[in-house]
Write a protein that binds this ligand. Structure first.
Ligand code: CA
Length: 665
């Protein structure tokens, strides 16, 4: 792998050389061996069991017959791409307690390849170079301050011998940045901070002096956020690197930047020179972000005809529900329209590029929640979309999910709990708030015409949080879903042409490749990510709510099958302890500290243990040994003794045992 090969990845149809297949990140394959005419003959070629039961979000690479993938806990696999034989696995041995620093499960979305090496970011903030032939570590550098809650879940990209990586943590008070390292030795070459730090210490980049004018108060004490945790794209002709930035930390702007301001560069798409990290332009999707409306979502580059003129555009469907078409030379907005249910803004003013906000959207009433569409999980989250130059359509794994926003009284920054500044006990994910309006909870595959800015067709899935998307020159769109079906659709009209059962929810994006004239379609399966962890009962509806992690590969005439799954475990209620008053105290504590993994209402979405049935809750000392003593820290359940005491721990036990004995959610 070198610069020439990766720039020409599109012509290298049999391989999948970089995260989005090409630098344009279109996730469109020119392969035509599997097509609308024969997709019905697709069958399982091979499967490989993974050794974790957490969320699987990776897009594998395929280089000359070898598949390289990642799995939860930042592990890396090399697999024979035609047989599924595991050639080697690399385990970076991420300390288990790091799971508590991750907002959204211990996932990893993929790796990068260059000059015989592979590059992966680990959950604990390392960037590691491996020998692609053996999986042996060549070098490893720590890219974050490990005393803070930084994590890496995104795939690195490599441009001209520089490996580029960001990080996450904007729910825990960090300051976002993206860095470049030398692929040869791991030497740091540049770093671009996405939000200004303490002005009295000077600014690392000149543009941050301008950005600081858009902030108020002492934002740097709270971190600011703006993490670069997923999307990047590169245009070799313009020599520009694009990346998306995340939400503010905390979400609630009244706390983060009292008095308002745009808070650059939160929720923005930023273009920089890849050699130096020097700022070129930015477009901010959500000025003064206050809803977790990240713009880290997948960025696609395409050359399209608009008004008879070929334009170099950048396409993004960020969380905020608007589909943006930008001129990627200048960053100027071409168009923006709602691609899902949106009520926080009525539209985007094309003259100023700014949203026209609903005056209620910033939850001004301290007593009454604002029920926002989209909610914090977004109208589209990290799940990759796909652009087919053949149909001119972009295929978006979309959601319609509401969230309630209301100020959290007595905000206190905490390194072990979500720092959102909004009250999590008022969300619709709980036993419905009586004041909540009826709103859809759904997941769709939306085929979107980016030029006309309208939907071409859509398919509704049984629930939200479905897989990333692949489109092919065979006229197909592939997507897995939360109920464990891996589907192929006609790219023109959404007609379902083929389906296979994966026995687990699918959130990752498929790829396709060719080995010795045989085309394969592969996908990493395994339910997980933020939705099953936080959404409680909602995440059990329209999903299998079970994780069985594997890599699956399909080919025409494949006759493989998966073993019958083990029967689901049965659970018995835990006897109640404490009274209703104690349980009410526990309810508040649970939703401040526990629900981000164990689910709203103490209902698990199928990945993290469901505390309603916890054996530890049967015994007060056992419970304390976990909650305060950190007995299960190696599995991610750290001690919460820095934020709660013994009486609090017992109140939490009162709450989960109360929930254990309630038959309805
Ligand atoms: Ca976030």
């Amino acid at each position: 792998m070198d610069a020439a090969r990766i720039v020409h990845a599109d012509e290298d149809a049999g391989n999948w050389l970089t995260h989005g297949r090409t630098y344009s990140e279109q996730r469109f394959s020119p392969l035509t061996g599997i097509s609308t005419a024969n997709v019905g003959q697709l069958g399982l070629a091979w499967s490989l069991d993974l050794d974790t039961t957490r969320g699987q979000e990776a897009t594998p690479l395929v280089i000359d017959g070898v598949m390289y993938s990642t799995s939860a806990w930042s592990k890396v696999q090399a697999i024979d791409a035609s047989t599924g034989k595991l050639l080697w696995q690399y385990d970076p041995r991420v300390p288990g307690e790091y799971a508590a620093k991750a907002c959204c499960d211990v996932v990893n979305r993929g790796l990068a390849a260059w000059d015989g090496r592979l590059f992966v970011g680990t959950l604990d903030g390392r960037l590691v170079a491996l020998d692609a032939a053996t999986g042996t570590e060549v070098w490893s550098v720590v890219t974050v301050d490990q005393t803070k809650a930084y994590t890496i879940t995104g795939a690195p990209r490599i441009v001209k011998g520089k490996v580029i990586i960001g990080n996450g943590g904007a729910e825990f008070g960090v300051r976002g940045y993206i860095s470049a390292y030398d692929t040869r030795d791991g030497k740091q070459l540049w770093r671009f901070y996405t939000v200004p730090g303490d002005p009295s210490l000077g600014f690392e980049q000149p543009v941050l002096a301008e950005a600081a004018k858009t902030w108020k108060g002492e934002w740097w004490r709270l971190g600011g956020g703006g993490t670069v945790w997923d999307s990047m794209a590169y245009d070799p002709e313009l020599d520009l690197l694009y990346f998306g930035t995340g939400n503010g930390s905390p979400w609630n702007q009244k706390i983060r930047s009292p008095g308002g301001g745009d808070n650059l560069f939160l929720s923005s798409i930023v273009a920089v020179h890849p050699d130096t990290g020097e700022y070129v332009w930015h477009y901010q999707t959500t000025p003064g972000e206050s809803w977790d409306y990240t713009a880290t979502q997948h960025i696609v580059l395409a050359d399209v005809s608009i008004g008879g003129e070929t334009r170099k555009v950048l396409l993004q469907a960020p969380k905020n529900g608007f589909f943006y078409v930008l001129d990627r030379v200048t960053g100027k907005l071409i168009s923006a329209e709602k691609y899902g249910a949106v009520n926080w803004a009525s539209g985007v003013d094309l003259a100023t590029g700014r949203p026209v906000e609903n005056p209620d959207a910033r939850y001004p009433d301290p007593e009454k929640p604002w029920f926002a569409l989209p909610g914090a999980l977004g109208a589209h989250n990290w799940h990759p979309m796909s652009f087919s130059p053949q149909t001119g359509l972009i295929y978006i794994p979309a959601n319609d999910l509401m969230y309630a926003y209301i100020d959290r009284p007595q905000f206190k920054a905490s390194p072990v709990s979500f720092n959102t500044g909004v009250d999590p006990t008022r969300t619709r994910m709980l036993k419905p708030d009586k004041s909540a309006p009826a709103a859809p909870v759904r997941g769709l595959l939306r085929a979107w015409d980016p030029i006309a800015q309208k939907e071409a067709w859509s398919v509704e899935h049984p629930g939200p949080w479905n897989g990333g998307v692949l489109s092919t020159a065979g006229g197909l769109v592939f997507q897995g879903n939360a109920v464990g079906l891996f589907n192929a659709y006609d790219a023109r009209n959404g007609k379902l042409l083929w389906s296979a059962a994966a026995q687990t929810g699918i959130v990752a994006a498929p790829i396709t490749y060719r080995v010795k004239d045989e085309q394969f379609v592969a996908v990493v399966v395994g339910w997980g990510g933020v939705y099953p962890n936080v959404a409680g009962e909602a995440a059990r509806k329209g999903s299998l709510a079970v994780n069985r992690s594997r890599v699956l590969a399909f080919k025409l005439g494949g006759v493989g099958s998966l073993p019958d799954p083990a029967p689901a475990a049965t659970f018995t209620a835990v006897p109640r302890v404490g009274d209703d008053a104690a349980a009410a105290v526990g309810f508040r504590l649970f939703h401040d500290h526990c629900s981000r993994c164990h689910g709203a209402g103490a209902v698990s979405g199928g990945v993290i243990p469901d505390l309603r049935w916890s054996a530890f809750a049967r015994d007060g000392d056992a419970w304390k040994s976990v909650v305060l003593g950190g007995a299960l820290k190696d599995r991610g359940m750290i001690s919460f003794s820095s934020v709660i005491g013994e009486a609090d721990a017992e109140a939490l036990r009162a709450y989960v045992t109360q929930r254990s004995n309630q038959s309805t959610p």
